[in-house]
Ligand binder design. Structure first.
Ligand SMILES: [Zn+2]
Length: 456
């Protein structure tokens, strides 16, 4: 069975509830076969030590066991409670259960407002309470919105919050992969690969339509891997994305000049990757129906030309303007449901049908930019399920946007090009000889032992 067939079969079997998980998986598939944790010779460690809390260690004439530290506190001298913020819970709700009075909470909130707005506490995020004596009330409340930072609220003396950022190390890393359908399930719980994948998608969004992932497509990437205390915590800047599909190959290279006045992704010749239009108006969806002048309509039960491309996606998925332009229509008809039409220039217009709702502020006359959310996927009008019917107009006629080719963009200015080329050649050397290797799940994202690196 070829990959497209198996895609279709899987979709047929999926219930609506599994949609989100499946779409996530579809995007993650790109990263499957992700292999080489390849630290190259010129990998560099960038340490940005921002601030760190001094360790609290009691010095003594006797040899002492070094206490286990958490957030800079000696854990064994406190009673420690670790929890997650529940939905609807605010700072007052939490602190009153740890014997902190309302007056103190008010002072704490007021004293901390320049450091942290307590309305920014988010459900699902971690917090920790340190208490010396629970009857006397807790001593510290620590809120950790991400692995990169945390806030220590002093509940006794200062009644004030302090922000701490953890020092992040990053190493340049090169990796390669190939599309392996058998690894779908293995990849779904791999958050890191998902992050790399979405960065690759972003870098190549103007040249590749990721709805057409095919088995044996290959990719190579160079990016910053971030570490905190030796643990991988996420992905920083993506420097190079290379994607091979049969005989076609795409490169997207990040370039930023010293002044910071020029930055973005460029092709091998230094031409900006950004083009006038994005390849699709939704991420992580699938094409459920193509532009087809002789299509059998599923609801009307008769042949009727389909002038658009349908992208099926879960209800509420954001829909993006594919290019800059002015909204000419944001209205409702029986057939189109809620829809938006954008005029990009004298020649091109785009239209997005069956929306659940418009994004705030979307109405005729408003100027929107490429990638701006204009609405959300729904099934209003004549639609069997949630999707966006995307229509591309050229000189007042609806055309198949998947067949359109747009003129190439201008390259970087002359004085930037030599620097760009030098960087480009460095990156190309880094990915030279890195081949995707088919590996078992255990090896994905793990450092391969020496001797097993590269091609087996
Ligand atoms: Zn359609």
């Amino acid at each position: 069975m070829d990959i497209k067939e198996s895609f279709k079969n899987v979709y047929r079997k999926l219930s609506e509830k599994k949609w989100i998980a499946y779409n996530l998986l579809l995007s993650v598939i790109v990263a499957s076969g992700f292999i080489l944790d390849h630290y190259t010779n010129f990998s560099q460690t960038v340490s940005s030590s921002i601030s760190s809390r001094p360790a609290v260690v009691n010095l003594s004439a006797f040899a002492v066991k070094v206490p286990t530290l958490k957030y800079g506190f000696a854990v064994d001298t406190f009673q420690v409670v670790q929890k997650e913020i529940k939905s609807g819970q605010n700072l007052g709700d939490i602190l009153t259960t740890y014997n902190i009075g309302f007056q103190d909470i008010e002072k704490l909130v007021a004293n901390s407002k320049d450091v942290f707005d307590v309305r920014q506490l988010r459900a699902g995020k971690a917090y920790t309470i340190f208490s010396k004596d629970t009857l006397q009330g807790a001593d510290y409340f620590i809120y950790e919105p991400s692995v990169y930072e945390y806030y220590v609220f002093d509940l006794k003396d200062k009644l004030k919050a302090t922000k701490y950022e953890r020092p992040v190390d990053s190493k340049i890393r090169a990796a390669a992969g190939s599309i392996e359908s058998s690894l779908w399930n293995a990849m779904i719980d791999n958050g890191l690969s998902y992050e790399v994948t979405s960065k690759m998608e972003a870098a190549l969004q103007w040249s590749i339509d990721f709805h057409h992932i095919q088995k044996e497509d290959e990719f190579r990437l160079i990016f910053d891997q971030n570490y905190i205390e030796g643990e991988k915590v996420g992905v920083g800047q993506l420097y190079l994305a290379n994607y091979k599909r049969q005989d076609k190959e795409f490169y997207s290279i990040w370039y930023e000049n010293a002044e910071g006045t020029i930055k973005g992704f460029y092709d091998l010749e230094g031409r900006t990757m950004k083009s006038k239009f994005l390849k699709s108006p939704v991420k992580y969806s699938r094409i459920s129906s193509y532009y087809n002048l002789n299509r059998f309509h599923p609801i009307l039960k008769r042949r009727r030309p389909h002038y658009g491309t349908d992208y099926a996606a879960p209800y509420g998925t954001p829909i993006y303007a594919v290019g800059n332009g002015t909204i000419t229509k944001a209205s409702y008809t029986k057939g189109n449901g809620r829809f938006v039409k954008i005029k990009h220039d004298k020649v091109y217009e785009t239209q997005y049908l069956h929306m659940q709702k418009f994004a705030p502020g979307i109405k005729p006359g408003v100027f929107v930019t490429q990638g701006q959310v204009i609405g959300y996927v729904g099934s209003t009008g004549l639609a069997t399920g949630p999707h966006v019917c995307f229509r591309f107009w050229k000189n007042g006629k609806q055309v198949n946007h998947l067949r359109l080719n747009f003129p190439q963009a201008k390259p970087l200015p002359d004085d930037e090009l030599p620097k760009f080329m030098e960087l480009r050649d460095q990156y190309l050397k880094m990915i030279e000889g890195i081949e995707p290797v088919k590996v078992k799940k255990e090896a994905i994202e793990e450092d391969l032992p020496e001797g097993k690196k590269g091609n087996p």
